[in-house]
Structures are given as structure tokens and as C-alpha cells.
Design a protein around this ligand. Structure first.
Ligand SMILES: *[C@@H]1O[C@H](CO)[C@@H](O)[C@H](O)[C@H]1NC(C)=O
Ligand SMILES: *[C@@H]1O[C@H](CO)[C@@H](O)[C@H](O)[C@H]1NC(C)=O
Ligand SMILES: *[C@@H]1O[C@H](CO)[C@@H](O)[C@H](O)[C@H]1NC(C)=O
Ligand SMILES: *[C@@H]1O[C@H](CO)[C@@H](O)[C@H](O)[C@H]1NC(C)=O
Ligand SMILES: *[C@@H]1O[C@H](CO)[C@@H](O)[C@H](O)[C@H]1NC(C)=O
Ligand SMILES: *[C@@H]1O[C@H](CO)[C@@H](O)[C@H](O)[C@H]1NC(C)=O
Ligand SMILES: *[C@@H]1O[C@H](CO)[C@@H](O)[C@H](O)[C@H]1NC(C)=O
Length: 209
């Protein structure tokens, strides 16, 4: 019996975390995501540069992607050209009502609005203002500003092609966001699968007593 309770509990924990999540900045990848810290400005609890996670982002034709789990409100993007500067608006407001779990939201970002300079490193901040007026949820990504060689849509396509041709066993950094989105989307299914395995194990275990 105790074994069964343990099994049920151990699979409910990840299931609960998935449902409880708010939203995560995926592309460019956020410094980190912690559900309970997300209401804390300016970066949802991750307020220092993650030097192992600095990704390239085009200066005026960027497209940022956020993965939503709940919340009604409006999503904004801001850019701070260096760690001591203030955040300047770099996107239009994107309204979101009752997002589906795992819904991806793509927002055009123009870093030129914040006088970004190619080659510099700064912080892209996403702020999701709750329509209830009860504050906001924050995410940040460390980015290196690059020139606009092509549109982000084209970048995504070419990264996908790179991944296919270079090595079938590794994913490029650029594709990590997409891939973690898929993993997150698949989580509830994994949980059902794990539940079935645990229940099977549990009943086999019972029968042996
Ligand atoms: C920085 O990002 C890496 C992923 O590249 C992650 O493993 C690590 O935990 C992050 N560090 C902090 C301090 O959040
Ligand atoms: C940010 O401010 C700190 C303290 O004033 C200073 O030491 C640091 O050099 C500044 N960094 C940049 C990139 O301006
Ligand atoms: C980006 O913003 C700059 C400055 O406001 C503007 O001149 C430029 O046309 C914008 N580019 C795009 C692609 O929206
Ligand atoms: C978003 O919410 C934050 C925190 O409540 C607030 O400081 C900010 O002014 C809001 N921004 C907009 C554009 O409404
Ligand atoms: C993206 O690629 C398509 C097809 O090659 C091209 O028509 C389009 O202009 C490109 N977009 C940008 C912004 O470069
Ligand atoms: C990626 O591959 C597809 C299929 O081979 C091709 O149609 C597309 O043009 C490629 N995109 C880029 C940016 O190379
Ligand atoms: C990657 O895998 C696909 C499907 O299995 C295959 O068609 C392709 O040739 C592989 N690419 C490389 C570089 O091995």
C-alpha cells in the first residue's frame, strides 16, 4: 500500500508542476524559470547574467517565443543595452486570453527601438501583465545583438536544416527552445504513460504478496 501511495505521489509532483507553470521565455532561452519567483521584477528571480546561456538575436527583425500555460494579460518585451541600463520597450503589446496549455506566442522584437548596437550584449526582458491588475510575470534572456541577415522565420528554417545535416544526435542551441517546447507539451502524455507503468508494477507487486 505504501509503495502504491509513493508511486501515485511521485508522478503527481511533476504533473502538478507542469500545470502550475505560468509562462517561459523560450527563444531566446530565458536565464531560468521558477514558477514561484516569476512575479518578481525584473527577471523572475534570475537577476544575474547567465554567462553559459548568451544567445544571438537580430537587431531589428527578431522574433521572440514564449510558451504559455495559464494567465490572462498582455505580453511586452523590453531591452536593456547593458546590465546597468533601464529597460526600453522593443515590441508591440500582445494580448493573450486563456492560452492553451503549452501555447506558443511569437512576438516581433525590434532592438533598434532601444538603440541597440550590433555586437553588444544586453538583456531581453519579457513582462506579462495580468489583466486582473495583480502584478506581472517576468522572464529575462541574455542576448548578443547581431545584424539582420535574414528574417527570424528564415533563421528558424535554416537552423532546422543545420540540425538535420550536421549531426542527428545533437540539437543546436537555436533549436533547444523548440525542442523543450515539444518536451513540455509531451509531459502530460508522459505522466499518463508513467501512471500506467506504476499501476502495472503496483498490481504485480500486490499479487506477489
Ligand atoms: C545557466 O544556464 C544553464 C543552461 O545553459 C543552466 O543549466 C544553469 O542552471 C543556468 N544558471 C543559472 C545560474 O541559472
Ligand atoms: C555597472 O555598474 C557597476 C557599479 O556601478 C560598475 O562596476 C560596472 O562596471 C557597470 N557595468 C557596465 C557594463 O556598465
Ligand atoms: C525598428 O525600429 C527602428 C527605430 O524605431 C525603425 O527605424 C525601424 O524601421 C524598425 N525596423 C523594423 C523591422 O520594424
Ligand atoms: C505592467 O505591470 C507592472 C507591474 O504591475 C507595471 O509596473 C507596469 O507599468 C505595467 N506595464 C504596462 C505597460 O501596463
Ligand atoms: C525569407 O526568405 C524568403 C524565401 O527565400 C524571402 O522571400 C523573404 O524575403 C525572406 N524574408 C526576409 C525578411 O529576408
Ligand atoms: C531548408 O530545407 C528545405 C527543404 O530542403 C528548403 O526548402 C529550404 O529552402 C531550406 N531553408 C533554408 C533557409 O536553407
Ligand atoms: C539524419 O536522419 C535522417 C532520418 O533518419 C536521414 O534521412 C538523414 O540522412 C540523416 N542525416 C545525417 C547527416 O546523417
Amino acid at each position: 500500500m505504501k509503495f502504491g501511495v509513493f508511486c501515485i505521489f511521485s508522478l503527481l509532483v511533476p504533473l502538478f508542476n507542469t500545470i502550475n507553470a505560468h509562462y517561459e521565455l523560450q527563444a531566446p532561452p530565458s536565464r531560468g524559470f521558477e514558477d514561484s519567483l516569476e512575479p518578481n521584477p525584473p527577471c523572475g528571480g534570475f537577476n544575474i547574467v547567465n554567462s553559459s546561456l548568451i544567445t544571438n538575436f537580430p537587431i531589428s527583425q527578431g522574433i521572440a517565443t514564449a510558451n504559455f500555460f495559464d494567465g490572462d494579460g498582455t505580453l511586452y518585451f523590453y531591452f536593456a543595452p547593458n546590465i546597468n541600463s533601464t529597460f526600453i520597450s522593443v515590441s508591440d503589446a500582445q494580448k493573450l486570453v486563456n492560452p492553451d496549455i503549452g501555447q506558443q506566442v511569437h512576438v516581433s522584437v525590434n532592438l533598434s527601438k532601444a538603440n541597440a548596437v550590433v555586437g553588444s550584449q544586453g538583456i531581453l526582458q519579457s513582462v506579462f501583465n495580468l489583466s486582473t491588475g495583480n502584478g506581472a510575470w517576468y522572464q529575462c534572456a541574455d542576448i548578443k545583438v547581431t545584424g539582420d541577415t535574414r528574417s527570424s522565420a528564415n533563421n528558424t528554417q535554416s537552423s532546422a536544416n543545420n540540425t538535420q545535416s550536421s549531426a542527428n544526435n545533437t540539437l543546436s542551441n537555436a533549436n533547444n527552445a523548440q525542442s523543450s517546447a515539444n518536451i513540455i507539451n509531451a509531459l502530460p502524455n508522459i505522466n499518463v504513460f508513467v501512471l500506467l507503468i506504476w499501476l502495472f508494477t503496483y498490481f504485480v507487486f500486490l499479487n506477489r504478496i
